[in-house]
Structures are given as structure tokens and as C-alpha cells.
Design a binder for this molecule. Structure first.
Ligand code: FES
Length: 166
């Protein structure tokens, strides 16, 4: 019995020695003035943007902290409220559930990119005229979700609006 257990200890030691000899991958150093991470390029509100970002960076934080587009708000940070909604390749997404690296090569529209030539988007104008703001914190996300919805259904019934809203 004792002999068996001694053998096991010897094997473990050899295995650990072998493991230690495997070299860990060496991270590629960032270019001068750049942080380590992934290089991404995307179009945001019609402008091409390139940045080096950490793979764990959320799209909402990329928009707010890297591009200073602070119209996209973080409400719940748990994917429930929709305050962070932006259009990603024309589809509404909660930008707190998307990594910035996942948006690489895509087109993003935030609330800042909705107006054109100094004129509000018709949905923005409708919100303004009908006092649809409430406190205003989630309004950018609600407006963008409404824009995407109305692109797919130009004349929705009240029931369709209620289902889309649910
Ligand atoms: S912050 Fe609430 S869903 Fe993204």
C-alpha cells in the first residue's frame, strides 16, 4: 500500500515539472500610444471610427467613454430597461449586452445620429410634440426602438404597438 502511494507522488511531481516547462503565450505589445487589446473599426453615425479596445468592453461603454456619445444611457445594466438601445446594422440592440468587438465592421446609429441637416427625426419630433419624454433618461433608447419598429411596420395597429413594446 505504502509503495503504491509513493509511486503516485513521484508521478505527480514529474507531471508538474512537465507543466511548468510549457511556456505561456507572450502577449503582443501594443503599438506606441496604444493600449493592449483588439483593434476594431466601425461606422458610428456615418463616421468611421477605429479604436483599440479590451475584449470585455461593452458597446455602450465604447460609445460613451471612447467616442463621447453620451446620449446612449445605462439604466439597469442587466439587459432589462432598453435605455441603452442603439441601431446595429439597422436592428435595435441593447448595447449593454453587446461587446464592442462584436460590433467590429458594423454600422451603429445612436440618438446623436438620428437627426439630419439640423432637423429632428419624425419620431423625435413626435415625442416632442406629444410630450413623450417622461424623465427623459430612457428616451434615446425608446426613440431608437420606435424608429426600428416603424421601419418594419409603417402603419401599426395599437395592438401591434403594445406587443412590440412588451
Ligand atoms: S442598460 Fe438597461 S437594457 Fe441596457
Amino acid at each position: 500500500m505504502a509503495k503504491k502511494s509513493r509511486t503516485r507522488v513521484v508521478r505527480k511531481t514529474r507531471a508538474s515539472r512537465k507543466r511548468r516547462s510549457v511556456r505561456a503565450p507572450v502577449p503582443v505589445p501594443p503599438r506606441r500610444g496604444e493600449r493592449a487589446g483588439h483593434r476594431i473599426a466601425l461606422t458610428v453615425n456615418g463616421s468611421r471610427r477605429e479604436r483599440t479596445v479590451e475584449p470585455r468592453l461593452l458597446l455602450v461603454d465604447f460609445l460613451r467613454d471612447h467616442l463621447h456619445l453620451t446620449g446612449t444611457h445605462v439604466g439597469c445594466d442587466t439587459s432589462h430597461c432598453g435605455a441603452c438601445t442603439v441601431l446595429l446594422d439597422g436592428r435595435p440592440v441593447k448595447s449593454c449586452t453587446v461587446f464592442a468587438v462584436q460590433a467590429d465592421g458594423s454600422e451603429v446609429v445612436t440618438i446623436e445620429g438620428l437627426a439630419s441637416a439640423g432637423r429632428m427625426h419624425p419620431v423625435q419630433q413626435a415625442f416632442r410634440e406629444n410630450h413623450g419624454l417622461q424623465c427623459g433618461y430612457c428616451t434615446p433608447g425608446v426613440v431608437l426602438a420606435a424608429v426600428a419598429f416603424l421601419r418594419e411596420n409603417k402603419a401599426p395597429s395599437e395592438d401591434e404597438i403594445r406587443v412590440a413594446n412588451g
